[in-house]
Design a protein around this ligand. Structure first.
Ligand code: 5GP
Length: 120
């Protein structure tokens, strides 16, 4: 990849509670918190607490399979907790074309309004 993806990110500080965030779910492996620039009434990010090379989905290796599945399941739990019974969208942006801005893999949960398809 031509983009710098290996350094620490803002999410490390969020995990360590060195900068504030609105945490909606936390366990030993995952953290979910509200996006600072929400694109819908509900916009939450689900991240692994240990990045372990998972800067972006395209860097995923076989050792990441379990955490990737786990994060999607956490997204489901959080969506239920948020009352998104009419549905929602999960998104993983990868790399420049995917508009990824933070290189610590994260799942967006976006909901609380009608989504559009195809996305822009
Ligand atoms: P990406 O564009 O990489 O898929 O998503 C990164 C997301 O992180 C963006 O939606 C952005 O608003 C969010 N974000 C960036 N910095 C912070 C922060 O300091 N706190 C929170 N809560 N969200 C952030």
């Amino acid at each position: 990849s031509a983009v710098p993806t290996d350094g620490p990110t803002i999410f490390d500080k969020i995990i360590k509670k060195e900068i504030p965030s609105t945490v909606v779910y936390e366990d030993d492996k995952a953290l979910a918190f509200r996006d600072i620039n929400p694109q819908a009434p509900t916009h939450i990010l689900v991240i692994p607490k240990i990045r372990d090379g998972l800067t972006r989905l395209s860097e995923a290796e076989e050792r990441h399979i379990e955490i990737l599945g786990y994060l999607i399941y956490v997204a489901k739990l959080v969506a239920k907790q948020e009352g998104l019974e009419d549905g929602y969208r999960i998104v993983i942006n990868d790399g420049p074309n995917g508009c990824q801005s933070v290189y610590h893999l994260h799942i967006h949960i976006i909901g609380g309004r009608q989504m559009n398809w195809p996305p822009g």
